[in-house]
Design a protein around this ligand. Structure first.
Ligand SMILES: O=C(CO)COP(=O)(O)O
Length: 253
């Protein structure tokens, strides 16, 4: 089963609407279609403008969070239907920054993933260990729990469309990326967890990215690994040049 690699920029809390427009105007005519899927995950305020700017260009837009309810007394939250209404296709769920600073749990990740699928949004579910967990040899145990709990109750059809991002917390924004071999080992393990939870067909179709200090000069090493289907990129997705270099690396793969 050939999986289309997916390169996603996670802008986190960066870029005003105008900055977002300037960015995509600089990159959009260089985006390849077909062999690579390009996604930009932007702050809520910039999403509608990005959808408009990228109309007829080969890139999808993602949000960085979503609530599981469709409406209600949830001050400050955004529902799946609201994102779909403006043309958003993906949503990052369970990023380690949300788990750490905003009390995201495996349970809320699961609720959000189910709600996203129910409304036609595709989740990019983030998992990954922190330094202490890694140093005490708990990486696989932790990642297994996060994956199994995230996919609970999803149908096989939904699970096939899932994107999982393996992002070791100690590698995020630190410049200390995981070695490609270590990332491959954990990502192959995640794929085997998906097989246990569903079946081998689902496991061969689910796309699993690496994230954590990915840059144009190290992305190739990850892409050469058999189970790594692209990258979720923070810092290096913020400048048009480095973003395009990352996309180009995936296209050439
Ligand atoms: O958190 C990340 C993507 O979601 C990774 O961030 P950096 O690429 O800046 O390390």
């Amino acid at each position: 089963m050939q999986r289309t690699p997916i390169i996603a920029g996670n802008w986190k809390m960066h870029k005003t609407i105008q900055e977002a427009r300037d960015f995509v105007r600089a990159v959009r005519s260089f985006l390849p279609g077909g062999k690579v899927e390009t996604v930009i995950c932007a702050p809520f305020t910039a999403l509608a403008a990005l959808v408009e700017e990228l109309h007829n260009y080969p890139a999808a837009i993602g949000a960085q969070n979503v609530h599981w309810e469709e409406s209600g007394a949830y001050t400050g939250e955004i529902s799946p239907g609201m994102l779909v209404e403006i043309g958003v296709k993906y949503v990052i769920i369970g990023h380690s920054e949300r788990r750490e600073y905003f009390a995201e749990t495996d349970e809320t990740v699961n609720r959000k993933a189910k709600a996203a699928f129910a409304h036609g949004l595709l989740p990019i579910v983030c998992v990954g260990e922190n330094l202490e967990q890694r140093e005490s040899g708990k990486t696989k145990e932790l990642v297994r729990d996060q994956v199994i709990r995230a996919v609970e109750g999803l149908s096989s059809e939904q699970a096939k469309q899932l994107v999982i991002a393996y992002e070791p917390v100690w590698a995020i924004g630190t410049g200390k990326s995981s070695s490609a071999e270590d990332a491959q080992e954990v990502i192959a393990f995640i794929r085997s967890m998906v097989e246990d939870a569903f079946d081998s067909q689902v496991a061969s179709q689910v796309r699993i990215q690496y994230g954590g200090s990915v840059k144009p000069d190290n992305i190739m090493a990850y892409l050469e690994q058999p189970d790594i289907d692209g990258a979720l990129v923070g810092g290096a997705s913020l400048a048009p040049d480095s973003f395009l270099q990352l996309v180009e690396a995936v296209r050439r793969q």
